[in-house]
Design a protein around this ligand. Sequence first.
Ligand code: FAQ
Length: 311
Amino acid sequence: VDPEGQAAFDAIIDADGRIEPRDWMPDAYRRTLVRQISQHAHSEIIGMQPEANWITRAPSLRRKAILMAKVQDEAGHGLYLYSAAQTLGTSRDTMLNQLNTGKARYSSIFNYPTPTWADVGAIGWLVDGAAICNQVPLCRASYGPYARAMIRICKEESFHQRQGFEILLTLARGTGEQRAMAQDAVDRWYWPSLMMFGPPDGDSPNSARSMAWKIKRFSNDDLRARFVGMLVPQAEALGLSLPDPDLRYDDAAGRWITGEIDWTEFQEVLAGRGPMNAERLRRRNEAHDDGAWVREAAAEYARKQAMSDGG
Ligand code: FAQ
């Protein structure tokens, strides 16, 4: 315990200021940030897989170029986020090792399969849409390096979201078969995208403290309701329906209320038993092993540079 450090930290948080890497911070604040930022980084890296599945089969050269750029953006997001987490004193090797050995969490959403091209549209519209809704408030998170990384990430995510919307719009205006494919993808991704916001507020052990520290600015349920409110008019514009017959606007509460979310499914996915958990981890390790020669070459290059700089 450092009473002076704590007082300075509290004053910065109260004034809505930013905590920077060299500032004193409570251990639990540091741990929470490493947990959230590294989980976020892992999500970006694992999140490359479901869409990369379609790079070789995108329906045109233009679609292929856009999809490659999008998947590459996700890699970039992972790298900024690992860098932000490293400023808290945890090495990238440690974080990647936790991911590769299945000890770290990453977003539940990336454990679902992408059997059709319309899934690429649904991921852009729903998954990137949910990501933006959750991440725009994180641009004001109290930890400086995280908040600053989020600004660029959000700009790129909003481009991704429109890219997905446009894929679905094209399909929805296409043949009957294409429209059905778009609807089927929306039906499969809608509920998992609502789960991205995390457990209901009453079952969210980290929320109260993260909100007091101004890492999180809104609760999981508030952001989920805000997201659904964004989807409703967009689904109408697409001419597609949301698979939620109980969805309604509650005038008294002033917010959208969804049908019941299947939290058992969410828990199963978190426990590693989602449809694609094992495959995602297998592929992650395969990519890591395939990249060993790049790491070795980079280390050797750095060693030679250091030698020639030295003399
Ligand atoms: N999946 O107490 P809370 C993207 C865990 S966007 C898995 O509410 P917290 C872009 C949680 O970690 C996706 N686990 O926790 C993209 C905690 O476990 P722990 C990534 C989940 O942290 C698009 C436990 O449940 N975005 O990648 C999930 O206060 C397309 C209790 O939960 C972020 O990471 C879940 N959905 O709130 C990429 C955003 N939800 O650690 C490619 C930053 C909860 O105690 C293609 N993160 N858990 O064992 C956050 O905003 C927060 O961490 C929440 C969870 C809101 C996710």
